[in-house]
Design a protein around this ligand. Structure first.
Ligand SMILES: O=C(O)CCC(=O)C(=O)O
Ligand SMILES: [Fe+2]
Length: 331
C-alpha cells in the first residue's frame, strides 16, 4: 500500500528514470502522504551509529538524562523530555472539522531528545554535558548534516515531480531550521495500550520528515486520509527511510500531510506467542523534520501566485505556523 521507491533512480543520471521516480514520489505523497525510500544515500554504518548512540543515551539513569533537559515550555524545542512530559494527543484534532470522529486524549509512553542545527541562529542545542554520553554530540551533529543533504535532494525531486523549477522547495530551506528527534518507547505491559499510546495521532508540522526505525513496528497512518481509520506500515528495518509530507508542504503544494501515530505493534502472522508475558518490547526511532525557513510564507506554489508575491495577511510564515502548532504540547 505504501510504495517502496528506489532513490538510486533519481541519482542514476538517466533523465527518464529520474522523472519517473519523481512522478511516483509525488503521486505517493499526494495519495497517502507516506512512501518508503531505499538507497537514499545515508550509509547503513551512519544509521547504525545513530541508533547505537541513541540507545546508549536512553539506557542511562534518569538523573543523567536530566542533565540536558528540554525546558518546561514549548520553545526552545531542544533537549531531553522524560516519559510523560509531552503528550501529542493535545494536538491530535488539528484541522479536523468533523467533531464526531475526533480522536480521544491519550497519554504518550515515550521519552525523546530534540536537536536542532548548529547553524540555527535563534535556538542553541542543549547537549548532554561532558561525561554523560560523549559520543552523542559529534554523532548527531554529523547525522544532522547527512540528513540535511538528503533532504535537499528529496525536495528537488518533489519539485521536479510537481513540474516546478528544481530549486523551488530546496531554496525555501536555506536557513536550516530543521529538527532531529530521537525517541525511545520503553517496554510496557500490553494493557497499558488501553489508556495510553506510544505517540498519539498527529500530522508533522514541517515540509518533509525522514523517519528511521528499528524492526519493532507499530507505526500507523490514517488511511484514507481524514477517515479516522489507521493502517500499519510494517517496518522495513533501520536502513529504509519512511518519508512523509508535513503541514507546510501540504499548504504549499496540496500533497497530503497524513495523520499518523505509533500504537501497539502487530505481531508477525503465526507468531502469536511472541509477546512474552504480555510485554510489548521497547522501540527506537529517529525522525528528521525538514522545516521551511521561519520567514518563508506558506502560500500555494502551484496556482501561479509566484514566489515573489507580496506577503499577504491571508498567509502565515512558517515561523508563525510552527509557533502556533507547537503550543499546548508541553502544557
Ligand atoms: O516513532 C515513530 O515512528 C514516529 C514518530 C513521529 O511520528 C514523530 O515524532 O513525529
Ligand atoms: Fe510524526
Amino acid at each position: 500500500m505504501f510504495e517502496r521507491l528506489d532513490f538510486a533512480n533519481y541519482q542514476s543520471g538517466n533523465v527518464a528514470k529520474r522523472d519517473q521516480f519523481c512522478r511516483k514520489l509525488v503521486s505517493g505523497l499526494r495519495q497517502r502522504g507516506f512512501v518508503r525510500l531505499v538507497n537514499h544515500g545515508i550509509e547503513p554504518s551512519t544509521i547504525d551509529k545513530a541508533f547505537a548512540t541513541s540507545r546508549h543515551f536512553f539506557q542511562l539513569p534518569l538523573n543523567q538524562k536530566l542533565k540536558s533537559p528540554h525546558p518546561p515550555t514549548a520553545n526552545p524545542h531542544r533537549g531531553f523530555s522524560a516519559v510523560g512530559l509531552e503528550n501529542v494527543s493535545t494536538i491530535s484534532n488539528y484541522g479536523r472539522e468533523d467533531k464526531s470522529s475526533q480522536l480521544p486524549l491519550l497519554k504518550d509512553m515515550k521519552e525523546s531528545y530534540d536537536i536542532g542545527s548548529e547553524r540555527d541562529e535563534l535556538y542553541s542545542n542543549i547537549w548532554p554535558p561532558t561525561g554523560v554520553c560523549d559520543t552523542f554530540e559529534p554523532t548527531f551533529v554529523e547525522f544532522f548534516e547527512v540528513c540535511y543533504r538528503t533532504q535537499l535532494l528529496i525536495l528537488e525531486a518533489i519539485s521536479i515531480g510537481l513540474g516546478l523549477p528544481t530549486q523551488t522547495l530546496s531554496q525555501l530551506h536555506a536557513a536550516q531550521h530543521n529538527e532531529l528527534r530521537l525517541t525511545h518507547y520503553p517496554a510496557v505491559p500490553q494493557e497499558a495500550f488501553s489508556t495510553s499510546t506510544r505517540i498519539a495521532a498527529h500530522t508533522d508540522f514541517g515540509s518533509i520528515t525522514l523517519l528511521f526505525q528499528d524492526r519493532v513496528g507499530g507505526l500507523e497512518v490514517e488511511s484514507p486520509p481524514g477517515s479516522g481509520s489507521f493502517v500499519g506500515i510494517a517496518s522495513g528495518g533501520p536502513y529504509e527511510c519512511i518519508l512523509n509530507a508535513g503541514d507546510c508542504l501540504q499548504k504549499w503544494t496540496g500533497l497530503c500531510s497524513a495523520r499518523h501515530r505509533v500504537h501497539l505493534p502487530e505481531l508477525p502472522q503465526g507468531n502469536e506467542q511472541a509477546r512474552k508475558g504480555d510485554v510489548v518490547e521497547e522501540r527506537f526511532s529517529i525522525a528528521y523534520f525538514a522545516k521551511p525557513d521561519r520567514t518563508a510564507v506558506l502560500r500555494p506554489l502551484l496556482d501561479g501566485s509566484g514566489l515573489g508575491a507580496k506577503v499577504s495577511s491571508e498567509f502565515v510564515t512558517a515561523g508563525e505556523f510552527q509557533h502556533m502548532r507547537i503550543q499546548g504540547r508541553y502544557a
